[in-house]
Design a binder for this molecule. Structure first.
Ligand SMILES: Cc1cc2nc3c(=O)[nH]c(=O)nc-3n(C[C@H](O)[C@H](O)[C@H](O)COP(=O)(O)O)c2cc1C
Length: 187
């Protein structure tokens, strides 16, 4: 099975890249039946905006599970990640297990990007994992990362691995609003 991790930062490598790397290594070591592929922006336009190759749509669509990650920018997700989200059709994430990973400089911004992502994932009818992971960026600045942080990253990934293994092939209704609207206007 395949896990796709989405790296939503325009400025690699940073704290988020380090967090994602620990998560990906954990999946490779602990879930041998799983392949892991990271998708990241292809070219940086400005220090805060980067764009994606077209093949990201195919890669996300082909995944059995997804980890979507973003640094907090201005109390929300990055514009770069939103550019990718806007490229995806509803089918790319519908009924698909998706886990949310965010990092920020300030601890009081812990829900900011997560709650915006949950709204957007609802548009797709994604199977959003119940527990997200948030870290203050300084935990990835030191040479060593605490075992507790590593454990939380493993737990985050385990949610989507288990959901995908148990629910593979299942689709859940009711249809997301966009699908219902499309049916109404075409019929
Ligand atoms: C444009 C911009 C906006 C940011 N906005 C916030 C913010 O609203 N809240 C916060 O806690 N951190 C904010 N940060 C800090 C980043 O979330 C933090 O440094 C994060 O680690 C960056 O990810 P990276 O290290 O992977 O590049 C902002 C950083 C940038 C560059």
């Amino acid at each position: 099975m395949k896990l796709v991790t989405i790296y939503g930062s325009p400025t690699p490598p940073g704290k988020l890249a380090r967090a994602l790397e620990l998560l990906e290594t954990g999946v490779r070591e602990r879930h041998p039946g799983w392949e892991v592929e990271r998708i990241a922006p292809a070219s940086t336009i400005t220090p805060v905006v980067a764009t994606w190759r077209d093949d990201v749509v195919e890669k996300v669509s082909g995944a059995d599970a997804v980890v979507i990650s973003s640094p907090v920018f201005r109390g929300s997700i990055t514009g770069t990640l939103k550019l990718l989200i806007d490229m995806l059709p509803v089918e790319a994430l519908r009924s698909k297990p998706v886990a949310i990973l965010t990092v920020a400089a300030a601890p009081h911004h812990f829900l900011s990007a997560e709650r915006h992502l949950r709204d957007v994932l609802s548009w797709f009818g994604a199977l959003t994992a119940p527990n997200s992971a948030f870290f203050v960026d300084r935990v990835f600045a030191a040479d060593t990362v605490d075992d507790e942080v590593r454990h939380e990253l493993h737990e985050l990934a385990d949610q989507v691995v288990v959901l995908a293994e148990r629910l593979s092939g299942r689709s859940f209704g009711p249809d997301p609003l966009t699908v219902r609207y499309r049916k109404k206007t075409s019929g």
